[in-house]
Design a protein around this ligand. Sequence first.
Ligand code: DHB
Length: 316
Amino acid sequence: MAKLSTHFLDLPVANPLMNASGVWCSVASQLEALAESTSGAMVTKSCTLQPRDGNPEPRYRVLADAGQLFGSINSMGLPNEGFAYYLHYAQRHDHEAKPLFMSLSGLTLDDNLTMIDSLKDAVTPTILEVNLSCPNVPGKSQIGYDFEAMDTLLAEVSSGYQRPFGVKLPPYFDMAHFDEAAEILNRYPLVAFITCINSVGNALMIDLDSETTLIKPKDGFGGLGGDYVLPTALANVNAFYRRCPDKAIIGCGGVKSGREAFLHILSGATLVQLGTALYEEGPGIFPRVLDELAAIMDDKGYQTIAEFHGKLKTIA
Ligand code: DHB
């Protein structure tokens, strides 16, 4: 039987699956459900310094049609309980049982630096991820699409935190942007991992019958997840895996079964996140996807993840 255990930044992890930030991780009861699930790791909802209510509802909708294509659109607007709440959870979490990531998404650079200072002082084994790609706060653009702001933020976080951390990136769609983003990230050795991708931002889904947008905030514009984003996610995972050989990649986007999890790992992901599918199915999805992943490995004769991690073949 295939062995699913792996390592992330020298930490042993029971398996490569975890939640995508934002899904099943906003309040303690959800985080506790993730801690008790068979996921290998888990991440908290992106938080701001102060609690926020987020955007008006409806702000999340699942998309499915007769052809079964499946996805989601959301413009949550960073509803969260505030940094102190997630730090408190992190201080109670059993980090040996399961690594915990904390996702920070400050509304300003100063807010990010304030949170990072507190996290550093709290001395927990929590792994810091700075979210550079929230598409849903009206009037705020994504740092990941502003390379100068990204460079400044990475310099400030590196000198403030002085420990390894990671970043959550938006999807890129141009080779020149992969090159430029990777070149900036490679300037910062403390950037130990890169999570690719956040939702494909500012999509528009429309109900044919009512001729109305599916969600209310931002005139219906929101981040796209699910089947629609798998090829974009795989491209971003592989693009950064190739360009950032000293960093780990966490894959996110379009995973709903063992098949997509396998493809993310083949493209270079060390850990693989579940977003839309976890939202729909709940934490019971983890044992299903793990079984499917193990079955694919068994079929192919792979006994460990290392045997196919990053081993994507191209056509000569
Ligand atoms: C939200 C959405 C994101 O994609 C993200 O990275 C952070 C926050 C949100 O709308 O709450």
